[in-house]
Ligand binder design. Structure first.
Ligand SMILES: Cc1ncc(COP(=O)(O)O)c(C=O)c1O
Length: 401
């Protein structure tokens, strides 16, 4: 993108309002979702029918989701956070048991470990993928390690085969180290010819409004090939169910499931458009000094839930923050830091990280360098060109200061 092109597009295409750093509706709805909603409501008006519990719409959505991911089972739940809580709870952690989780992370998975009575052991990420570094995970395993919770960060698969192998190689004879993927941001992403959700003991997806597909604001799904785990999870979401163990009520509703089935049918189309915009933007930023572009390993298909850039080491902190400020204030291009070290701003997690923070140099560095520039499949080619031009201009602005 030449300087003249940049100036021209910045002058002619200024947006009326801020492009959000993390759009509020990750996918989008069509008449088909609206019809599915109305049908599910109409079909529930008879006082003998109502909305029910685990009804056909829910079973249909679960079957379709399992087929999509290539797993034997998919268990729907009310949110991904609940799904993570439930999956960790099935491990039956004892006091002092440890679970390894990336430090560059959203707080849900680390909180799930604490909620289930475990000790989160924070690990480094690979600075190119922002996902758990398998070698670092291996170094942090102790005789107390019971599970690894990698995150498919910002829409890209974690190195699942490597992590599963690390878990297998270190598992004690009395019980395997479980690998549970947090796929909240990665619905529909690809890994080694299959879909995210297939590799690992379980994977947990989010259908929150900001996510790649959504079920009317909230929702989640857990995929697994383990029949026993699936039964246990189904019990947990409905007061014990067939498993007759502990349970509560963590169900998705019939209306959400009906919408989820439609969203799933449209997921690949929504992701294709998102990837198209991401790739166009990467091409427009070719030659941009300083920042590293989102990385897509050959064996993965990135969903680009977030368009994550990495500022250079000497921009860590103040200059990265200045870049974000200029993009927002001068160009109306929103960014978010996805994510800083998970304990920042959370006292409970800060307490859990006590004694570990100094032993995470990659996290300290990358947490001050990464930032995500808003991306949405419904952005137009012109919107995208404007955002790319703004990134060019903000970069040269920070460079000059
Ligand atoms: C990485 C990650 N994990 C878990 C969650 C929690 O998802 P939910 O809102 O469905 O509970 C989120 C949502 O923001 C997330 O980004």
């Amino acid at each position: 993108m030449t300087e003249t092109d940049r100036r021209q597009i910045l002058d002619s295409h200024r947006p009326p309002a801020l492009f959000p750093g993390e759009p509020q509706l990750g996918g989008w709805y069509t008449e088909a979702e609206i019809e599915a909603t109305v049908d599910a409501i109409r079909g529930s008006m008879d006082y003998r029918v109502g909305f029910g519990f685990i009804v056909d719409e829910i079973l249909e959505f679960e079957r379709a989701f399992a087929d999509y991911c290539g797993t034997k089972y998919a268990v729907s739940v009310s949110t991904a956070s609940v799904g993570l809580d439930m999956a960790v709870r099935t491990i039956d952690l004892q006091p002092g048991d440890e679970v390894i989780v990336p430090a560059i992370n959203f707080k849900a998975s680390a909180l799930a470990i604490i909620g289930a009575g475990g000790v989160p052991i924070f690990c480094e990420i690979d600075p190119r993928t922002f996902c758990a570094d398998p070698d670092d995970v291996a170094n942090r395993i102790t005789p107390r390690t019971r599970a690894i919770l990698p995150v498919h960060m910002n829409g890209l698969s974690a190195a699942m085969d490597d992590l599963v192998e690390v878990a297998r190689a270190h598992s004690p004879p009395h019980g395997p180290i479980r690998v549970i993927g947090d796929a909240a941001r990665a619905c529909g992403g690809g890994y080694k010819g299959g879909k995210i959700g297939k590799v690992g003991w379980a994977n947990v997806f989010s259908f929150h409004t900001m996510k790649l597909m959504s079920t009317l604001g909230e929702g989640g799904m857990i995929t697994t090939d383990d029949a026993e785990l699936a039964t246990q999870l189904r019990g947990m979401r409905q007061w014990g169910g067939e498993s007759e163990g502990w349970g509560s009520s963590y169900k998705l509703t019939k209306v959400q499931a009906a919408v989820g089935t439609v969203q799933l049918q449209r997921l690949d189309e929504m992701l294709a458009l998102r990837a198209k915009r991401a790739k166009e933007r990467i091409a427009l930023l070719e030659g941009l000094p300083h920042h590293e572009m989102p990385y897509e390993p050959q064996d993965c298909t990135h969903t680009y839930y977030l368009f994550t850039l990495l500022a250079p080491p000497h921009w860590a902190g103040a200059k990265r923050d200045r870049m974000i400020e200029i993009l927002r204030d001068d160009y109306l291009v929103g960014c978010m830091v996805g994510n800083p070290p998970v304990w920042e701003g959370h006292p409970l997690l800060n307490q859990a990280a006590d004694g570990q923070i100094g032993n995470l140099p990659v996290t300290a560095d990358i947490g001050k360098r990464l930032f995500c520039v808003g991306l949405h499949p419904q952005m137009t080619e012109e919107d995208n060109a404007y955002i790319a031009a703004a990134i060019w201009e903000a970069t040269s602005h920070v460079e000059r200061e």
